[in-house]
Design a protein around this ligand. Structure first.
Ligand SMILES: *Cc1c(COP(=O)(O)O)cnc(C)c1O
Length: 479
């Protein structure tokens, strides 16, 4: 059929709107939204005709267009930011939202978000108060620091500290610690933005105390130590401990800052994980300022925590930049809820999801995987090969980079569906299930699955691949 003639078969907007009126589930959707999506679909079809992808008038019938319209409507009315199921085995997965909050933190958010609060109001004096009060005493109690404050995230904390302590002056850093964290956060760039002058010392693999000492001059404002977070240098290496650096700083009257990155209050080594310097240890070793994230190993909301000497924290607080980087009240509420749990370390380990997943025993992973495997097998699907395999989970978030967390995954292979297609279909499920593809199998690690998510995976699997006969259902995938 000629193009122009074919185009005449496209239904009008009004016709399609009337058709939509007959669909009960969409009667409440805003009229303007329906009209917009109908126009989009009509435009799509017009292009298909003009570019010869559609050559039959039957393909332009309202009955064909309506499912496409409702599919687009479905997507338009569902939230853009949505829950997903993390079957990657990466615990602090930056792309999937880093840490999950403990129930106690969620309760604090609800209480503060739906009511007025004493955010910046002192209930004692009836006058204006500081927003940091909610967490600063908890932070000093847990870490032993003299003073504490919080900002929006750790990148902001580092920027703010450098801007306050070192603007126009030199900060001495080891070449082995000039890290890029990802998402374009590079220590040298942040330093440049803060107005601090970077003075590199040592080499990539070895830096000695005398390197720092020789670099100290009239314009030195800070000795900076940065946790290498997402990598480790092995072999012939040397670095200077916080202890030594702090002694050097005191001798010359220069403050010493430790950007711990992940930052943890808990020593993970009793759980068989590698030793990370804790915030308490860094302070005890003599750091004047310690900065770390709220949502990495700490397992709280996104936040940048600054603890250390009172004189510096006060200077940081009165820096005008603080206002631009300030922490939001919902975050503050969640952070307080999380920090309160740390008063009882056992309770913290049990109720903070990040800590629970990091320290989960391998046998529990096996148990979770076996249960899930049984449920999947019980569906009795033909053509799928499923097994429980050993897998290696990760801490993620630039934490414990060389630490393998022994775990288990479900591996699914199929003659008829490629692993890549399975990955895509699980990812497009509601809620999306994110796994990975490895040598022709789709893998789901159980360490990062939350309560009840095993059942969602079973539902997803049966919805995506079950209806018999098997083959037509495999075709369900959208191009
Ligand atoms: C992650 C990290 C940061 C940035 O922290 P955010 O909370 O992501 O802003 C800064 N420094 C180090 C060493 C880090 O590991």
């Amino acid at each position: 059929m000629a193009t122009q003639q074919l185009l005449r078969h496209l239904p009008g907007v009004d016709t399609l709107l009337l058709e939509m009126e007959t669909l009960k589930e969409w009667t409440d959707a805003p009229h303007s939204l329906k009209a917009r999506i109908i126009r989009e679909v009509l435009e799509e079809k017009r292009r298909d005709v003009l570019e010869n992808r559609i050559q039959d008038a039957k393909d332009l019938a309202a009955a064909i267009l309506i499912p496409r319209i409702t599919e687009k409507l479905e997507r338009a009315v569902s939230p853009n930011l949505q829950r997903t199921i993390n079957a990657t085995g990466v615990v602090v997965h930056t792309n999937l939202g880093r840490s999950l909050l403990a129930g106690e933190a969620l309760e604090r958010i609800m209480a503060v978000a739906s009511h007025y609060s004493n955010l910046e109001f002192s209930l004692e004096s009836g006058k204006r108060g500081l927003r940091y009060t909610a967490v600063s005493s908890l932070l000093t109690e847990i870490t032993g620091a003299e003073a504490a404050m919080v900002v929006n995230n750790n990148a902001a904390a580092v920027l703010l500290c450098l801007d306050t302590l070192t603007k126009g002056r030199e900060a001495i850093v080891s070449r082995g610690e000039l890290v890029e964290i990802g998402g374009s956060f590079r220590i040298p760039d942040v330093m440049a933005k803060s107005g601090a002058i970077l003075k590199e010392v040592g080499t990539t693999n070895r830096t000695h105390l005398k390197d720092y000492e020789e670099a100290i001059g009239e314009n030195t404002g800070l000795l900076l130590k940065v946790h290498t977070s997402n990598f480790q240098i092995m072999g012939f290496t040397a670095s200077v401990s916080m202890d030594q650096l702090a002694t050097l700083g005191r001798k010359h009257g220069i403050p010493v800052m430790d950007d711990l990155g992940s930052g943890t209050f808990v020593d993970f080594s009793p759980f068989g994980l590698s030793k990370e310097p804790t915030v308490q240890e860094s302070l005890k070793a003599g750091a004047d300022i310690v900065t770390f994230s709220g949502d990495k190993l700490l397992g709280g909301p996104q936040a940048g925590i600054i603890v250390g000497r009172k004189e510096w924290i006060e200077k940081i607080r009165s820096n005008p930049l603080t206002r631009a980087l300030r922490i939001d009240k919902l975050t503050l509420a969640a952070l307080e809820g999380t920090l309160r749990l740390y008063r009882d370390p056992e309770k913290a380990m049990a109720s903070i999801p990040t800590l629970r997943m990091l320290t989960m025993d391998e046998s529990l992973c096996t148990e979770k995987a076996t249960t899930l495997h049984k449920k999947l097998m019980a569906l009795g699907l033909q053509g799928f090969d499923m097994e429980v395999l050993p897998s290696t989970a990760r801490a993620g978030g630039g934490s414990l980079p060389t630490q393998d967390l022994p775990s288990r995954c479900i591996s699914i292979k199929s003659r008829d569906v490629s692993a890549a297609s399975m990955e895509r279909q699980f990812r497009n499920f509601q809620p999306p299930i994110i796994g990975r593809v490895e040598s022709d199998a789709f893998l789901m690690d159980v360490r990062t699955l939350q309560q009840g998510e095993e059942d969602i995976i079973v539902t997803a699997f049966s919805t995506l691949f079950c209806p018999e006969p098997l083959l037509p259902c495999i075709k369900k995938e959208k191009p």
